[in-house]
Design a protein around this ligand. Structure first.
Ligand code: FE2
Length: 265
């Protein structure tokens, strides 16, 4: 099966630019490219920071846009999102029994687990998996038994060597690691938040992240004047087979053909 991973849309009010780009235009281009070339994907996962300022209008725009998109989407929230405002616009969004935006999708004998790592509060950017969210995760992993499991979370539980994001990672790394031990067959973890393409193996489990659709965080802060940089956005094309998981990092805005030069006549 094939599915798509998208993260960190940072949508603003339509027609409003953010850090030199228009997040609405970026998402439109991304969704169009997916429909053009990956219409066979079973679903898309949008792993948080759907909105930059948690404005109701940005969630409403997203809802309308996805209604016109041909592939089912699973939505998650991140540190820039407000759970209450998000749920007001998306009242049918699946939640756990405590109201967190966590749910499970099972298809093709595989279990896809979507976590809510958003910590409440104004200008709070670190991630949180409180005891009730971790208990929920443990229950899902136990129920999954030996079925292959794929986890999605906004905040990673580890450092990646960039203090800008390492300072606002998931707070409960040890508790999360302990909870993962309840899973018999965790195949991979997909995350967002870091606005970069990374592969990480953390305590024996593989993780990948993607650039934001709008603005990126430089690997070396001193290499860029300013907070963010123009490295290209990407979406992930994930192919899952019985013995293999492949993630393509698709920089959809950079696919111009090369014009070959003839060296000899
Ligand atoms: Fe973000």
């Amino acid at each position: 099966m094939k599915f798509i991973h998208i993260t960190d849309l940072h949508l603003t009010a339509p027609e409003t630019a953010l850090n030199g780009s228009n997040p609405v235009d970026r998402l439109n281009a991304c969704l169009q490219d997916i429909e053009n070339w990956h219409s066979d994907a079973a679903f898309c996962v949008l792993s948080g920071d759907l909105s930059e300022f948690s404005e109701s209008c940005s969630y409403t725009w997203l809802k309308d846009r996805l209604a016109a998109f041909s592939i089912p989407c699973f939505l998650m929230i991140g540190n820039h999102d407000d759970r209450t405002i998000f749920l007001n616009v998306f009242p049918d969004q699946p939640k756990d029994s405590n109201g967190f935006v966590q749910h499970v999708h099972t298809s093709d004998g595989r279990v896809f687990i979507f976590l809510d790592t958003t910590k409440d509060g104004k200008n709070v950017h670190e991630g949180q998996l409180c005891p009730s969210r971790l208990i929920w995760l443990k229950n899902q992993l136990v129920q999954a038994g030996d079925k292959p499991c794929y986890l999605f979370m906004h905040h990673p539980p580890f450092n990646i060597g960039i203090s800008y994001v390492d300072d606002i990672k998931l707070e409960e790394a040890e508790e999360f690691a302990q909870t993962l031990e309840s899973g018999q067959n965790i195949q991979h973890v997909f995350f967002g938040h870091v606005h970069r393409m990374t592969y990480v193996n953390w305590r024996g489990t593989s993780f990948t992240s993607l650039p934001s659709l709008n603005h990126q965080i430089p690997l070396v802060s001193e290499s860029v004047k300013g907070e963010y940089c123009t490295e290209p956005p990407a979406y992930g094309v994930v192919m899952v087979e019985p013995d293999q998981l492949t993630v393509h990092f698709n920089t959809f805005l950079q696919r111009d053909p090369l014009h070959q030069t003839k060296l000899h006549n």
